[in-house]
Design a protein around this ligand. Structure first.
Ligand SMILES: Nc1ncnc2c1ncn2[C@@H]1O[C@H](COP(=O)(O)OP(=O)(O)OP(=O)(O)O)[C@@H](O)[C@H]1O
Ligand SMILES: [Mg+2]
Length: 240
């Protein structure tokens, strides 16, 4: 079934055309992504699956503006990412992307509040406004009562919710998540997936989530498979 928003909006939120990433290691060329075409609708929740080394993280890093393509086109929310300079891309990323990792990547010496506050310290906001925003996102991930806890005083699921709050605090339209439930038990994973679904449905976040877990993928609106740097469908390369 097509995502409903695809039918009503003129343009996808993410558009990749012929997207290619190549690395040169000495005399060897590695091509983790090859001529990939992909469209993602606004507020769509997309799951990306595929074997280890198939290019999933490489694709997420391009979508997040962490890395730049070697070839092809990449438009996100009306921005042509291939035309942005390094510093423009850094700024674009801070405003438009929240990145969620498998192992949370929280600062162990900081409290949940301080971890979530970090991305806002780069923005010209008053202390009062910062506190308001941090408290609002911690409330959204149901951790208002754990603000003063440090990561080692939280469960894995709670740590991941802090990491999601940190990814959300600057209110970016795009969330990318690399195996966000990979390190969690089933119950905590379900809570994280419900949270992500709600962020797409109720807060219009576009979400691209990499996962090895078919249950996690099933929570998304659509599932795509990568193999050797190409999108595949039922084992066949997707033809554009
Ligand atoms: N900086 C780099 N330099 C050279 N090769 C790289 C670099 N980053 C990734 N690769 C190669 O690109 C390929 C895809 O890597 P990628 O990390 O995207 O895989 P993945 O699908 O995320 O795998 P996993 O499920 O294990 O996380 C691999 O062969 C990897 O060795
Ligand atoms: Mg990976």
């Amino acid at each position: 079934m097509p995502h409903p928003i695809i039918d009503t909006m003129n343009r996808p939120f993410i558009e990749c055309r012929n997207l290619t990433k190549r690395y040169r290691k000495g005399t060897i060329d590695v091509t983790p992504l090859e001529a990939l075409d992909l469209e993602v609708a606004p507020a769509e929740f997309l799951a990306l699956m595929g074997p280890s080394g198939s290019g999933k993280t490489t694709l997420l890093n391009l979508l997040a503006g962490v890395d730049s393509p070697s070839d092809g086109e990449l438009h996100i929310g009306g921005f042509d990412l291939t035309r942005l300079s390094r510093s423009q891309l850094t700024r674009w990323r801070a405003e438009h992307v929240g990145y969620i990792f498998q192992l949370y990547h929280l600062m162990s010496v900081l409290t949940a509040f301080e971890n979530v506050e970090l991305p806002l310290l780069l923005q010209p906001l008053s202390r009062k406004e910062r506190i308001r925003r941090v408290e609002a996102v911690l409330e959204l991930v149901s951790l208002a009562d754990r603000m003063d806890h440090r990561p080692n005083e939280l469960s894995g699921g709670q740590e991941q919710r802090v990491a999601i709050a940190r990814a959300l605090v600057a209110d970016p339209p795009l969330l990318v998540a690399d195996e966000p439930t990979g390190d969690l038990d089933r119950e905590s994973a379900t809570a994280i997936l419900d949270l992500l679904k709600g962020l797409a449905r109720d807060h219009q976040k576009t979400i691209v989530m990499v996962t090895h877990d078919p249950r996690a993928a099933a929570a998304a609106d659509r599932q795509l498979h990568l193999e050797k740097g190409k999108l595949v469908h039922n084992g066949e390369a997707v033809l554009s």
